[in-house]
Design a protein around this ligand. Sequence first.
Ligand SMILES: [Zn+2]
Length: 338
Amino acid sequence: MKRYLSVSIILLCILFLLPLATVVTHVVQKVQTQQPSSAEEPAQIELLPHGETDNSYTVRVLEGDTVKEMSMAEYLQGVVRAEMPASFEQQALCAQAVAARTYTLYKIATGGNHAGIADVCTDPKCCQAYLDKEAAEKNWGDNAANYEAKIENAVSMTDGETILYNGAPILAVFHSSSAGQTKSAGEVWTNDLPYLQSVSSPEGATVPNYYSRVEFTSEEFKKLFLAAHPEADLSGDMSGWIQDRELAEGSSVDHITVGGIRVRGTEIRSIFSLRSASFDTQAQDGKIVFFVTGYGHGVGMSQYGAQQMAKDGDTWQDIVTHYYTGVTVAVYTPEQLT
Ligand SMILES: [Zn+2]
């Protein structure tokens, strides 16, 4: 009887589970067949022929202690792989390639940061990040072939195209995301540049970690700030330590007073390692809390802004002429440098 019962249970289970299994298989198949469109990647992206201009000259790239010579095309592919997510729209990747090419030509024209040994280095804090094909493919996994095609196409589709102001390559700096408005060079660094002005930027809260929150205990806060400004007075109630936040255009902090010392918002960003200089502060439960918007120095092209523009149908030309004020775009090589 027991055996009969267990056989019945097994049979019943099979009866119920079989249709379920069919449904599950069907759903899985459906999801799998829908995968390319939901990931917004076509099955296979065609690799376009490489450009001639970027292949016609060599860039000296300092990596650690070694100077590697490579074509401008090869160098730019490495920069775009490292500096922008390959999942971004093709036109955004093209804008990134043009900004990177322009930045490199500017460094070649002005002698760069490496005393004649190299034109550029692979340190993102100094020049531009660089990632070779093999390293990137490991990160990309199943998407590797399409992503590599998009990167190489971004460089070849814009072969030689350079952003110019008064006929010369510009300092085409870029950053991750902005708080609705980019910053002018003068707000962030010492010198203003006519083509690095504050412009609107369309990315919003869709950017990952667009809003971040960082908190410091009173002791942590004091230690960091006093290391930079030993003369500051951080005694008394901490709610009075930070005052007179003055905003620049957009929501970035131009100047702020901490412990009686007037400092630039960009310096506060650096002292407390904030993601950007767009921040507000509050004293909460014995801590100073920073509420930060966006990521990066905020000058020049916003990468997430470029992505949003591309999604809205703008071309790479639209993107670069939006973020860099009063510029033109043309094919350019180091031979044209005066
Ligand atoms: Zn460098």
